[in-house]
Ligand binder design. Structure first.
Ligand code: NZQ
Ligand code: ZN
Length: 381
């Protein structure tokens, strides 16, 4: 185990914390508030924000779409430059936060912003960023990752940099009250798969990372079983904090990580607009079945420690069944064919895109070549 771990995001957690936002922003900053399609105007978040920022100099940019596009975000980049914005506050879910990270980074770069997603420009500076989280799922509120879509080419790519790690994140579970059930289900599944990507690898004897990952997975299994109580303050707070801890860098420190499910999933969203979490529920069970021998030991550990299964010769298989059953219990469809309409050759579309994006040795062991990905997508069909 060898790692450097630093999470600089100050978390302001709990009901009413939006009021504390202003204290995080020095007077004199030129603030740009970025948000999405308007849910914050319907649920009182915008109003709370206006109150707390009453003494600040701020402007706004709205219309960041789910799976945020570079086409929309580049307009915000222009605004940041024009108005000499010195701090960005992202108010929304993963899409708005990721989009704001792109804006923060692209505003400090003279070339085409998409270079950042193609790895042609490595981000080392960005406009400082803060977050008001409205949808617990991605962990983007306290990590340095971002996933951006280019609509014109149907591509969805990721970048990461400490420079876009948010300085602060307001996490008030009360804002979840207006979330559609679909988004709550998505959030739970996304967080679950985030933990899996960092845990379902090969045994490394990392007791803290394994134990904490198992605690988070058990939380999510419990919250799914208790989904009918999603309207309770405790349920909301537990999902919000669990989803954050799932991808704030801690459980992945010093251990190998996988992320193949995510990389294949991104292609499904790019082509068919399937919600991010739902692409994971489609791909992950198929992937685990396809490369079960690589994952057998950790699947067995997960089966015992998360699902309380008995040790049997097919424990790993049973664990995958339980993971899939968890998604089904949340009304999530795990078959690709049901969600892509009349597409000719969907499997080859995905494989070609993976190849174009250099995703040819996926997984923690690099064993998921395009041929293996083809079998995975075929299984998921
Ligand atoms: O745009 P508005 O009107 O705000 O509506 C949003 C959007 O339509 C709505 N919503 C959010 N908060 C709400 C609300 N509606 C009512 N009440 C509220 N309190 O929910 C819809 C979906 O929002 P979105 O931000 O797209 O969802 P999510 O948080 O699941 O983010 C998904 C994006 O994050 C990326 C995904 O690829 C996808 O683009 N990811 C980012 C990661 C990261 N940065 O670390 C990791 C993840 O693996 C993921 O890839
Ligand atoms: Zn995810």
């Amino acid at each position: 185990m060898k790692f450097s771990y630093h999470n600089p995001t100050r978390i302001l957690f709990g009901e009413g914390q939006i009021a504390a936002l202003a204290k995080q922003i020095p007077a004199g900053e030129k603030v740009l508030v970025i948000y999405g399609g308007g849910s914050i105007k319907q649920n009182g978040v915008y109003q709370q924000l206006s109150q707390t920022l009453a003494e600040h100099n701020w402007i706004e940019f709205s219309g960041v779409e789910p799976n945020p596009t570079v086409e929309t975000l580049d307009k915000a980049v222009a605004l940041v430059r024009e108005q000499q914005v010195s701090l960005i506050v992202a108010v929304g879910g993963g899409s708005v936060i990721d989009g704001s990270k792109y804006v923060a980074a692209a505003a400090k770069y003279d070339g085409d912003g998409w270079d950042i997603l193609e790895g042609k420009h490595r981000v080392t500076e960005a406009v400082p960023l803060g977050v008001v989280l409205t949808l617990p799922a991605t962990g983007s509120e306290s990590n340095g990752g971002s996933v951006i879509t280019r609509a014109s080419t149907q591509e969805k790519r990721a970048f990461g940099s400490p420079a876009v790690h948010p300085q602060f994140a307001v996490m008030d579970p009360a804002v979840m009250k207006t979330l559609p059930l679909r988004q709550l289900q998505n959030g739970l599944v996304d967080a679950f798969v985030h933990v899996c990507e960092q845990y379902l690898t090969t045994p490394q004897g990392a007791m803290v990372q394994d134990g904490y990952a198992e605690a988070l997975l058990k939380n999510l299994v419990t919250l799914a079983a208790d989904f009918s109580n999603h309207d309770s303050d405790q349920w909301r707070a537990n999902l919000m904090w669990t989803a954050n801890q799932a991808l704030n860098g801690m459980i992945g420190s010093g251990v190998s990580q996988d992320w193949a499910t995510h990389m294949i999933g991104h292609e499904l969203t790019a082509f068919w607009g399937i919600d991010h979490a739902r692409t994971l529920a489609i791909i992950q069970p198929a992937l685990l079945r396809e490369i079960i021998e690589e994952k057998r030991q950790k699947l067995e550990q997960m089966g015992q420690n998360v699902f309380n299964l008995n040790v049997t010769p097919d424990l790993a298989e049973q664990t995958i069944n339980r993971i899939e059953a968890l998604y089904h219990s949340l009304d999530i469809n795990t078959r690709l064919a049901d969600q892509i309409g009349e597409t000719e050759n969907p499997v080859e579309m995905v494989i070609t895109a993976l190849e174009q994006h250099g995703m040819v040795k996926l997984g923690d062991l690099g064993s998921i070549t395009p041929d293996v990905s083809r079998r995975i997508v075929q299984r998921a069909l």
